[in-house]
Design a protein around this ligand. Sequence first.
Ligand SMILES: [Zn+2]
Length: 399
Amino acid sequence: MPSNQASAGHLLRLIRTGQATTRGELQTATGLSRSTIGQRLDQLFGAGWLRHTAGGASTGGRPSARLEFDAAHAVVIAVDLETRHARAGVLDLDGRLLAEHTGPLEIAEGPEPVLDRVAGWFPALLDEAGADASRVCGIGLSVPGPVDWATGLIVQPPIMPGWDGHPVPATMAEAYARHVGAAGAPIPVLVDNDANLMAFAEQRRHYPDCSAFVLVKISTGIGAGVVVDGEPYRGIDGGAGDIGHIRLHDASDALCMCGSYGCLAAVASGRAIAARLAAAGIPTASGSDVRAHLTAGVPDAVRLAREAGQRIGEVLVTVVTVLNPGVLVLAGDLAGTPFLTGVRELLYQRAMPRTTAHLDVVTSRLGDLAGLAGAAAMVVEHLYAPDRADARLAALAAR
Ligand SMILES: [Zn+2]
């Protein structure tokens, strides 16, 4: 077995995934000697990353004691940016929400003022969560636009004017340092597209055994996130799932935020439905107003949402034919019964029976918290992945 497959970081992964949770099981899984396993576990305990499971502590360090990741040894700050508001939260490493705040903002003001505003919420959130700055291991940011995953740069976002190519991780880290105050290296910041992160969170939490999973976010815009074998599938340039700008053949007069005509988002997003309701004399300024009308059961809103669901369904026929997913989740501000009905009608009518025979089409179970949960999970998976974990342990040991 290559040595890098049996480092402390790799043992941590075996423990976190439940593949091996005692010293004996770790020995069997890795082929390492009992003493080597003991040394590596000492590193992990020394960093505060491991604990014995409840009840297991009484047996001390005896071989039968079960080990688990200590999800309370650090916290993550997660930020979910929308076009007109943002949500920020402090979560433990298992994704448990410890404190949360939602406030208005205009994403069109651009990255510097928006990220500074959000970072201004962090000190009170950390207080409420009972966590001081030394326990923050990273920040995860969910944005309503395409992201180049490797660099965290936003790439040609249709509904985020002023953000194209901006180094968001560096700006977020600087804003964090200004408001929370942190010495040493900049705080790690990871950025991804909102639909990707919502899909990641929903799949992990509620459909862990689903190997092909799709989530469609319906809000101001429309986007999809894909999770294959438990990993987000982003494509070559982070563009996978950006279905909102697929051109419909019969909507050539509908102008989209991206500047093109006839995009799915131009006829079926919250923004598009708001414009139609307003034209029909029902005061509606935004996707949030559409949501309020749907909650109140306003008949025109319900009808338009169901029709929009059918338009989205037209595009999803291709998506499910390519991916053959087991679960398709509708999420975002507007994902409710009318959209679900419209999507189901179109999908089951048009898609080949073989691709929908075992497909569940459902609404989100995480709801408004999916973005925060996904952003936090992204940070934890990154920081505690074997190689990264080993590098961090080495840095701790060198202090
Ligand atoms: Zn478009």
